[in-house]
Each structure stands twice: as C-alpha cells, then as structure tokens.
Design a protein around this ligand. Structure first.
Ligand code: GUN
Ligand code: FE
Length: 425
C-alpha cells in the first residue's frame, strides 16, 4: 500500500471547528489515515518535509469547460450570446477527438498546478470520450459530461443534435465512465442552457438524473439577453422554468445566477439547488455581478468556478477567490465576503455542491486525500503569526505558490512538475 507522510505543516483543516493545526498528515492508499504531531513514517512511506508550508484541502471548481482551454483570446470584447455564436460554438464544432483530448489535458494541467483537485466540467457535443480519457489519465477528480443542445437556429448544424441522439450518447458515456476509478470520475448531465434545449430533452434529463442519482450541470441567468430569450420562448424566468420542469433539486448545479429575482432565489433556496459563482467570467463577458452576499444571507449554497478558459482566459482558483473577495466591497462594505467564507466556497462548499462532503473538501481522518501544499514564504506574503493563513491565501497567494498537489492519495504534481497516474484505460 502506498503511503505519504507530510511533516511539520501548518494545516488548514476546514473541519467543523475550522481548526488550524501544526503537525503531520499521514496518507495511506487514497485516504487521510492520521493527522497529529510526530507521526512516524510507515515502512516505505514517501516523506514530504512541509516545514513553513501550508497544507489546504484541494480546491473544488464547480463550473469548468475543459473543451474550451484552447480558445483563449477569442472574441474578448463580446457579450455571451455573440461570443457563443461568433466564436465558441464554431470552435467547439471544429474539435476532433485529438484536439479535445489535448484541450482537456492542458486545462487539467493548469488546474492541478493551481491546487484544484476536483472539477465539475461540461464538454462539447462530440468526442467527449476523449476528455474522459484525459480525466482518467491525469488523476483529477471530476464530474463531467457531454454538452446537450438540441435546439436553436443559431447553433451551428454540426452541433445541433437530435433529442434522442443527445440522450442516447449521454447515457452511453454515463454507462462507460460513471464511477470510474472507484468513483473518482462521475457522470453529470450537461444541458447547455435553456436557450439551446427543448423541453422534451430537459424532461428526459430530469428523469435520467433521478434514475442514476447523478448531478445536472447547466448555465442559468447569466446574461440579460439570455434571460429575455428564455422569457420570450418559455414565458417564464429561467429558474422558474427549470422548477416547472422538475429539474430544480439538490442535484442541480447552476452556473452564474447573476440576474436572479426574488422568486428564483426562493426556488433555489427551497429546492437546495447549488449555485456556482464565476466572478472572472461574469466580469469578462460583461454579464454582471451576482449578489453573492444576498444568496449567502438566504442560506443558499454557493461555490466557485473559473468557467472555461475561453470565458475567463484562465482556470485559476486563486484568481476567482480574490475576485469573489473584492467584488462586493464597494457596494456592501469591506466585510461583505470574509476570507474564511471565500475559502469555504472554494473547498468544503464545493464538496457540498457535488454531494461529496463526506469524502472531500476538508482535511480530516477518513476523508479522501485531496490536498495542496503551498509555500507562501516569499517576499510578497510576509509570514506573520497575527495574520490568518486563510486571509493570506485568499488575498495574496497565487498558483505559483502551489508546490505539490495530491489527489486520491496520489501525487499528481510535485514541485510544479505534473505527473500522470499509471492507469490502464
Ligand atoms: N452559456 C451557454 N454556453 C456557455 C458557455 O460556453 N460559457 C458561458 N460562460 N456561458 C454559456
Ligand atoms: Fe460556462
């Protein structure tokens, strides 16, 4: 059995008592076996000296498009619908299996280098098989699925699917990949957004998600033009419509949620829908600013995601945390989003969003060993006993401070060299 002993670390546990400990973490096989002072290495253990380092739970990003990693710098001055029509959809349609594989692998490499250990990912219409291969090989934890889009005159014909085909291909992928590698990889249904999905498809997705107990991952209330289209075609606001279909439940992950009205917020609260806040993408696509302090006041689950590299031009959780922390200060005051709250959204909050809070999101004995080791002892973040390390991480750390990333008990990046897990596909 493989074991890793991390010695002399400052450990940000994110457990129920929010403890910060000084000591060691023993990882055996895929889990945290012990946390405490002076743990002796078992025979054959790899020992990592983490003196002056901070160990954190790996970041969980609840909205990513790995298929878009290669599309940076495209149509950077456009809003959502034009950006989709003019650049992103034609580019997604142009993917072949090989380009999708490398797009996914490059994105995963960046995520792992930045301490992200779990993602909720949405692929394109075709070739999703190749993205799953990259997910399996890289060692990252993921919920992923092919995007579904069976409607819309402006969707390129190459991307527009027949409803039955979209469903069948999704189910085939689910049957092949769901719970791969002892559950490290899960399937999630990904109807792109209401604009590109027929009611027939959404109803079918509702039933399949219920039958297989898997998440549904979609975009909603991101942009005013999108909302107007949904209202014109379905006669309802976005989230009201999703609730009307029966999709609003605890397995639904809604990316963006910038323009929710009170009725929609109440549906989200009542049905325990999970919101994925994407501040970088919302600013870059001029979508708007989601009122996250209000959502949190209403006890709504909010986690974080970078969105695709095409939306945001990076996949960096440190960037998202910093933006989420500063975005509301001018309107809501300096303590609107405390660093601890942001860090919770980036870790255990993400775990709750994907229903894996018993497995990941905090550093506790018995949980999966998904973690990152940070070195903040650099001139830009002068260490001080008075400063909460979480505040230092949220406000002054960056992805180059991540030295080691461990997922499922395996070192996937060490001293900034990415490793590949040894897996037969
Ligand atoms: N809404 C529908 N598709 C997309 C997408 O690819 N990115 C973003 N940000 N919003 C979307
Ligand atoms: Fe998106």
């Amino acid at each position: 059995m493989s074991s890793i002993l991390i010695k002399n670390a400052q450990i940000v546990t994110m457990d129920q008592n929010n403890r910060i400990l000084l000591g060691d973490i023993l990882v055996e096989h895929d889990r945290i076996k012990a946390i405490g002072p002076d743990i002796q290495p078992p025979a054959g253990a790899k020992v990592i000296d983490a003196t002056h380092r901070i160990v954190i739970p790996g970041f969980i990003q609840t909205h990513i498009h790995l298929c878009q990693t290669l599309f940076r710098g495209q149509a950077d001055d456009l809003e959502l619908l034009d950006w989709l029509k003019k650049r992103v959809w034609p580019l997604e349609a142009a993917h072949d299996g090989e380009s999708l594989y490398y797009s996914a692998l490059l994105g995963i490499g960046e995520l792992i280098q930045g301490g992200t250990t779990c993602i909720v990912d949405m692929e394109t219409v075709h070739h999703t098989e190749h993205a799953f291969t990259a997910l399996a090989q890289s060692g990252i934890r993921a919920l992923s699925g092919k995007v579904m889009m069976d409607k819309g005159d402006e969707v390129p014909t190459l991307l527009r699917e027949k409803t039955s085909q979209s469903i069948q291909q999704s189910v085939d992928l689910l049957e092949k990949w769901h719970l791969h590698d002892e559950g490290r990889i899960q399937y999630a249904f990904c109807p792109r957004f209401v604009v590109s999905c027929t009611e027939e498809l959404l109803v079918e997705v509702r039933d399949l998600s219920e039958r297989y107990r898997v998440s549904v991952h979609t975009h909603a209330s991101e942009n005013r033009g999108e909302i107007a289209l949904v209202e014109a075609e379905r006669g309802m606001r976005n989230v009201v419509y999703l609730d009307h279909i029966g999709l609003a439940n605890e397995r639904l992950i809604l990316a963006h949620c910038v323009w929710l009205n009170d009725e929609e917020k109440e549906i989200i609260r009542k049905r325990k829908v999970k919101v994925s806040h994407c501040p970088g993408s919302n600013l870059k696509l001029a979508s708007g600013i989601a009122d996250v302090p209000d959502l949190l006041d209403k006890q709504i689950s909010v986690s974080l995601g970078a969105d695709g590299a095409a939306c945001n031009n990076n996949l960096d959780m440190f960037n998202e945390m910093k933006l989420a922390a500063v975005l509301h200060k001018p309107t809501h005051g300096p303590t609107a989003m405390k660093a601890r709250k942001i860090f919770e959204m980036a870790t255990i909050g993400g775990a709750r969003a994907v229903g894996l809070e018993d497995q990941i999101g905090s550093l506790e004995v018995g949980k999966k060993a998904d973690l990152a080791i940070l070195n903040l002892n650099k001139f830009h973040a002068f260490p001080s006993a008075e400063v909460d390390p979480v505040s230092r991480i949220v406000y002054s750390a960056s992805k180059t401070d991540v030295e080691t990333t461990i997922i499922n008990g395996k070192i996937v990046m060490e001293n900034r060299i990415m490793k590949t897990i040894d897996e037969e596909i």
